[in-house]
Design a protein around this ligand. Structure first.
Ligand SMILES: [Zn+2]
Length: 308
């Protein structure tokens, strides 16, 4: 049994068919965690969809209305880069509910993982880059609204810049955002996060980990979050179809362990979400996301030992 909860719903599947976004990965990750004995059925919680009230703390009323009534323009759907469907909308509300629940569980248990979400390109008034609703921002706003936290940190290691996160929290001193990404990649315009780490093409494990550690060290010196949301994209992998970095699976596991180690040392609860992953073999993307959960398990056990 894991020392924390995993949040998952079958409805996370966006039903995209042959799209480059492998939306079947959510179910595959759940299955692999069970097959490998990393998790048991009782470790999983099924989220409720977010309430509209929660979504509206981040997104505009007009955009939410268009999403819910199927009245986005063709240009807006093109920018989203996924076909519009009823299932898509339900999946997004569910993912946001999942990140809210992950945040609540993390505050209670120290750790939690949403086996979904991480839709970091979604902006207040539009969706883009496969992301319609910014689940992590919705979760942070809900936790702040409930009074459970005031200060949150977002560490985003997806290969793509977290532009939605940067826009949403741009002027907000209660939320520290760090994005480490490939500079020469989507999105073209990268609004400033609190800390942006623009990486050159083809960076490998050791260089990446050295740079990340330096910035994590400084981030935790500068800011004392009450929760860390970790957006653990699988797409810095060297065989990713939409990424141009060169991390190995081992390097990605070390990346996860590094982020968790900083959170653990600073006594900060962690809620993680998946974000992107477009490896040529979907099974590789699944392996990388599963390894993030295994790294969280190891870090959580270590903090339990340290606290005992
Ligand atoms: Zn990505």
């Amino acid at each position: 049994m894991l020392p924390f909860k995993l949040i998952y719903a079958d409805g996370y599947d966006l039903n995209l068919g042959a799209h480059v976004f492998p939306s079947q990965k959510f179910r595959m990750i759940r299955d692999r965690l069970l097959e490998q004995g990393i998790a048991e059925r009782s470790d999983f919680l099924v989220p409720e969809p977010a309430a509209d009230e929660d979504v509206l703390r981040v997104h505009s009323r007009e955009y939410v209305r268009k999403l819910k009534t199927g009245t986005l323009s063709e240009a807006e759907i093109a920018r989203l880069e996924v076909p519009y469907s009823r299932e898509l909308v339900e999946a997004c509300w569910l993912a946001a509910g999942g990140s809210i629940l992950a945040g609540q569980c993390a505050l209670r248990d120290g750790w939690a993982a949403n086996i979904g979400g991480g839709f970091h390109h979604a902006c207040p008034d539009h969706g883009e880059g496969f992301c319609a609703i910014h689940d992590v921002a919705v979760a942070i706003r809900r936790l702040q609204h409930d009074g459970g936290i005031r200060r949150a940190m977002v560490v985003d290691t997806d290969v793509h810049h977290g532009n939605g996160t940067a826009v949403i929290f741009g002027w907000d001193e209660t939320v520290f955002t760090l994005s480490i990404h490939q500079e020469n990649n989507y999105p073209f315009f990268k609004p400033p996060s609190t800390v942006d780490i623009d990486l050159q093409d083809g960076i490998g494990d050791d260089d990446y980990l050295g740079i990340l550690e330096k910035h994590l060290h400084k981030a935790f010196q500068d800011f004392a979050p009450q929760i860390l949301f970790y957006i653990a994209g699988a797409d810095p992998y060297r065989e990713d179809q939409l990424g141009g970095l060169a991390l190995t699976m081992e390097g990605l596991a070390r990346r996860d362990a590094l982020v968790f180690e900083y959170a653990r040392r600073n006594g900060v609860p962690v809620a993680s979400a998946l974000a992107g992953g477009y490896a040529r073999r979907v099974a590789d993307t699944v392996s990388i996301h599963v390894a993030t959960i295994a790294a969280a398990r190891d870090a959580a056990r270590q903090s339990a030992r340290a606290g005992a």
